[in-house]
Design a protein around this ligand. Structure first.
Ligand code: 3PG
Length: 394
């Protein structure tokens, strides 16, 4: 694939698709990591004297009312602060005003246009990759840089559509994500240990199947462990169960050849709440009427042992209901254990686990924290990402 340094961008109008789909609360950005991670590409283009035209989606927009609170204006403001430079915001996704503003750009100047999903209101043009829309956006620039790894699992007009009309290249963030996640799965330095958590087996089937082939160990935690316990014939009380996935879990365990590591104790409670009758039980003695909400202390120790000596670690998904203080220890423990590995490439595959690591202040200790949630999951499943596939080849 071409990368941004393969393009001659000086004096050119360069369209840049970023993933600025950042979490917002009451009009304020609560985590600007995705903006920060996009800076290297933007700075490079500014330094090279390109006319930089940025855009992204933000949230999901289906009807006019959905637009409220989903303007990219706060993102443009935050970016201007981070760059210490003017970022001209145009609250349009097409039309004369936008076209004139782009024509008036000077080399090294930056413009951002409005949320690409505002084009979804009338017929999902952005999300259904309407060919006219991709062509129109492509006509606004000379070159296209796609740095939106977080959106690479979508085939939308603002990534795939534009790339099919003009010369394109991957930005530095896209390149970094592919290098870390791609290499860890395809050419891992061994031992390669994957830690997978989260509530549902059904969300992680593809990842477990792919990583069972590629990793040396697949450690499982979170709500989905209970479907595996059921598959082993254990009692699980009122824990989360995906009854229709028990056979699949049996099959995965049979195929795993000892590679799957499951919890040995659980923190249980009488209800799905922080308070109640919280206690630690071995997984073989799960009491009736209790649900498992976190991995227990012996399991944390076991997982620390399993991680020792690992040279590549990929983590995706929390070990318990970490939003509740009584059930956060498993996720914190695993996060800490991975963060403390001194001689390993450690990667967090986005989403909840990335948020947890950042909140806990461990972010700096990981080799890479992906900016993609859905995108990194699909990448870990070994699927082709359409946003990436559409980028011009060298
Ligand atoms: C994400 O946050 O996972 C990406 O920005 C994609 O958003 P979407 O799931 O709304 O397409």
């Amino acid at each position: 694939k071409k990368i941004v340094t393969d393009l001659d961008v000086a004096g050119k109008k360069v369209l840049v698709r970023a993933d600025f789909n950042v979490p917002m609360k009451d009009g304020e950005i609560t985590n600007d990591d995705r903006i920060v991670q996009a800076l290297p590409t933007i700075k490079h283009l500014i330094e090279e004297g390109a006319k930089v035209i940025l855009f992204s989606h933000l949230g999901r927009v289906k009807v006019e009312e959905d637009k409220a609170g989903k303007s990219l204006q706060p993102v443009a403001d935050r970016l201007a602060k981070l760059l210490a430079k003017d970022v001209q915001f145009v609250p349009e996704t097409r039309g004369e005003k936008l076209e004139n503003a782009i024509d008036a750009l000077e080399n090294g100047q930056v413009l951002m246009f409005e949320n690409t999903r505002f084009e979804d209101i009338d017929g999902s043009k952005e999300s259904k990759n309407d060919p006219e829309l991709g062509k129109y956006w492509a006509s606004l620039g000379d070159l296209f840089v796609n740095d939106a790894f977080g959106t690479a699992h979508r085939a939308h007009a603002s990534n795939v559509g534009i790339a099919s009309n003009i010369e394109s290249a991957a930005g530095f963030l896209m390149e970094k994500e592919i290098k870390f996640i791609g290499n860890s799965v395809d050419q891992p330095v061994r031992p390669f240990v994957a830690i997978l958590g989260g509530a549902k087996v059904s969300d992680k089937i593809g990842v477990i199947e792919n990583l069972l082939e590629k990793a040396d160990k697949v450690i499982i935690g979170g709500g989905m462990a209970f479907t595996f316990f059921k598959a082993q014939g254990k009692e699980i009380g009122s824990s989360l169960l995906e009854a229709d996935k028990v056979d699949l879990a049996k099959d995965l365990l049979a195929r795993a050849d000892g590679k799957i590591v499951l919890p040995i104790d659980s923190v249980v409670n009488t209800e799905f709440a922080n308070e109640g009758d919280v206690k630690v039980v071995p997984v073989d003695e799960h009491p009736d009427g209790y649900m498992g909400l976190d991995i227990g202390p012996e399991t944390i120790k076991l997982y620390e042992e399993e991680l020792k000596g690992a040279k590549t670690v990929v983590w995706n998904g929390p070990m318990g209901v970490f939003e509740m203080a009584n059930f956060a220890k498993g996720t914190v423990g695993v996060c800490e254990a991975i963060a403390n590995l001194s001689d390993a490439t450690t990667i967090i595959g986005g989403g909840d686990s990335a948020a947890a690591a950042m909140q806990l202040g461990f972010a700096e200790k990981f080799s890479h924290i992906s900016t993609g949630g859905g995108a990194s999951l699909e990448y870990l499943e070994g699927k082709e990402l359409p946003g990436l596939a559409a980028i011009s080849n060298k």
